[in-house]
Design a binder for this molecule. Structure first.
Ligand code: ATP
Length: 245
């Protein structure tokens, strides 16, 4: 069933930042939220992962709303923020253990997955390291490892392509593909449109908190054929019009 966002309105005070947003992410789909700085991508994500409460509208994950069962709703989501959030006093091993507890995972299965991911991201000899010893990209990899050991059905990834080296981006894309094949839904936000164009199944274009367009790359190219040949060119033209209009 995946994620279904209907008439979502929300914000930080009483003034809405996002307005009547409608979009979905089906099982096995990778959908990208695209928009200029301040368009409302992170605010939308914050509502979906349950950090913010909508003013109006509904968010359903496999038919369930957060009010139905907070713990179960949250355990269905693996979230990788743009800026890694790690506990300074916990080692990499302890971060994995904390994830296993938070998501009520089977320990042996989770460690089997973790061992594979630790090797992929070349952190297998750093289990006792603290976040202070990690580089920015390494911190991001810790968040990716913790997300991908879960059994979440929705992966929410805020700007995955900044801060990771090209090898890690490639490895992350392969992991996303694996989870898609297993029926998971993936929602990401990105400004790296040339990569998004190649890998995302659908795009949700947000401007000033409103969904301006939703569709596949082919649909966008057909609709805006006069604006350019790449998602980047088309988006730049649309964004300039929106800024001035
Ligand atoms: P970026 O590409 O820069 O990450 P974004 O599309 O994720 O941008 P949001 O962070 O969702 O944009 O911001 C949407 C609007 O909400 C902006 O007008 C911003 O000023 C406002 N905003 C964001 N965070 C807060 C906050 N904590 N308190 C009040 N307003 C906020």
């Amino acid at each position: 069933m995946g994620l279904e966002v209907k008439n979502l309105t929300g914000g930080y005070s009483s003034i809405p930042v996002i307005k009547k947003e409608n979009f979905d992410v089906k099982d096995g789909e990778l959908v990208s939220l695209i928009g200029l700085n301040g368009a409302g991508k992170s605010t939308t994500i914050n509502h979906i992962i349950g950090l913010m409460k909508p003013f109006a509208g509904t968010i359903k994950l496999n038919g369930m709303q957060i009010e139905d069962d907070l713990k179960e709703y949250k355990q269905q989501i693996a979230y990788i923020p743009e800026v890694p959030v790690l506990y300074q006093e916990l080692t990499l091993k302890e971060h994995i253990e904390t994830t296993i507890m938070a998501y009520s995972l089977n320990e042996a299965e989770a460690w089997q997955k973790a061992d594979r991911l630790l090797k992929i991201f070349r952190l297998d000899n750093k289990l006792e390291w603290l976040p202070a010893n990690f580089s920015k990209g390494m911190k991001q990899k810790v968040m990716i490892i913790c997300a991908f050991i879960t059994n979440a059905s929705l992966f929410v990834i805020d700007e995955p392509f900044l801060g990771l080296d090209p090898l890690a981006v490639n490895d992350l894309l392969k992991l996303i593909e694996e989870r898609k094949k297993a029926g998971c839904s993936v929602l990401m936000s990105t400004h790296v449109l040339d990569t998004a164009e190649k890998y995302c199944d659908r795009f949700v274009l947000i401007n000033n908190g409103v969904v301006r367009y939703e569709g596949t790359y082919q649909e966008i190219k057909t609709k805006y054929a006069d604006l350019g040949n790449s998602l980047n060119d088309i988006y730049l033209s649309l964004a300039k019009d929106e800024k001035h209009g």
